[in-house]
Design a protein around this ligand. Structure first.
Ligand code: DHK
Length: 152
């Protein structure tokens, strides 16, 4: 879903979601909750009615890399990025985040530090500007707020 109005000059916030987040609301609801990705996008639209959002989800690393580069190309005000499990493994996504000057806030719905050991390592996060983990889907809204304040 892409909700950027044509000709918009307002700062765009890009919300990128990685693998399996298209299953949000259905996958392991005891961990990720019952809200779907569409619910998250609708929530952000409601909480930030003045903000043009670009929403993108992919299960493919290369597509997420391309999206980060595109966020730079359009001079987005910020990127909210839930890389899913790539957060723990993808040096390519870390390099993509490091390659752009658009601020990136990484979001995890669950508290990765309260879960399996392999989730305690975040390889992309050091290249970004901040991490929110464990606050449920509100983490996305808090990340947007931080990016808008930073841009103001
Ligand atoms: C989402 C995933 O898909 C997991 O692989 C991460 C993250 C945690 C989340 O909490 O949003 O480990």
């Amino acid at each position: 879903m892409d909700t950027i109005p044509l000709g918009s000059t307002k700062p765009q916030i890009w919300v990128l979601n990685g693998p399996n987040l298209n299953r949000l609301g259905h996958r392991e609801p005891e961990i990720y909750g019952r809200a779907t990705l569409e619910d998250v996008e609708a929530m952000l639209g409601k909480q930030f009615p003045e903000t043009p959002f670009h929403f993108f989800q992919s299960n493919h690393e290369g597509e997420l890399i391309d999206a980060l580069h595109e966020a730079q190309a359009v001079e987005a005000a910020g990127v909210v990025f839930n890389p899913g499990s790539f957060a723990h493994t993808s040096i390519a996504l870390r390099d993509a985040v490091a390659s752009i000057s658009v601020p990136v806030v990484e979001v995890h719905i669950s508290n990765v530090y309260a879960r399996e050991d392999f989730r305690h390592t975040l390889v992309i996060a050091p290249a970004g500007d901040g991490v929110i983990t464990g606050l449920g889907i509100q983490g996305y809204a808090l990340a947007v707020e931080a990016l808008l304040r930073r841009h103001a």
